[in-house]
Ligand binder design. Structure first.
Ligand SMILES: C[S@@+](CC[C@H](N)C(=O)[O-])C[C@H]1O[C@@H](n2cnc3c(N)ncnc32)[C@H](O)[C@@H]1O
Length: 207
């Protein structure tokens, strides 16, 4: 698949995300735990699931079906190893949205640091078509920062993704989601990573 993410090894990705100057794995773990508590979904479409940050919270939740989607097969293999004990876990390797084949509908779609890398309109249309009625889409959007798009952790493999990373203005994101996919905004909130990098949480709902 012609996507720079497939060139970033899982170990390099994790080293970057857990680096003391990034700590975004921790942010996603805490954020998904909060979303599962708040919305109590029984099914979850995890977009750009990568190595599965946040799935630690699945066991204590009401989830009965989790589909983890990612373009990088090594990430999904890591995720399957780590969360093998979760009986409800399925994975699909694809380039989202055009390669996505699963037919299920989900109570929640979750995309932390994901919509920066995909074609926005088709991705939102596809997500909405896989949400159950009243289902939620919860996202974390990276915001502009003096620290730059990509914190330098010395993990050079991460440089490959900088050219395909587009920060999303949250208001424009909400407008597009409403216009093309009839998703209704429920809440938006500023979220800072443990290292102070700014993100915006956006929660949308299918009517
Ligand atoms: C910044 S990471 C998200 C964090 C991840 N959930 C974690 O556990 O740390 C972005 C993820 O999106 C995936 N990705 C990027 N573009 C994609 C696409 N078009 N289709 C599917 N996955 C994609 C990447 O492989 C990567 O795992």
């Amino acid at each position: 698949m012609d996507n720079p993410w497939v060139t970033v090894p899982a170990a390099a990705y994790e080293r970057h995300m857990e680096h003391e100057s990034v700590r975004q794995g921790e942010m996603i773990r805490q954020h998904l735990a909060r979303c599962l508590e708040r919305f109590e979904p029984e099914s979850l479409l995890y977009l750009g699931a990568g190595i599965g940050n946040g799935l630690e919270s699945a066991r204590a939740s009401r989830l009965r079906d989790i589909l983890a989607v990612d373009v990088n097969g090594e990430y999904l293999a890591t995720l399957r190893d780590r969360f093998a004990a979760l009986g409800m876990l399925r994975t699909e390797r694809c380039s989202f949205p055009e390669g996505f084949r699963d037919a299920a509908r989900f109570d929640m779609a979750y995309g932390p640091l994901f919509f920066e890398y995909v074609d926005l309109e088709p991705a939102l249309i596809t997500v909405a078509s896989h949400l159950a009625r009243k289902g939620h889409l919860a996202v974390l959007l990276q915001q502009p920062s003096e620290q730059g798009h990509m914190t330098n952790t010395g993990v050079t493999a991460m440089e490959a993704i900088v050219p395909i990373m587009f920060l999303r203005d949250p208001r424009a994101f909400v407008d597009v989601a409403h216009r093309v996919a009839s998703l209704v905004p429920v809440a938006t909130e500023d979220v800072a990573s443990p290292c102070g990098k700014p993100f915006r949480e956006v929660i949308l709902q299918k009517a």
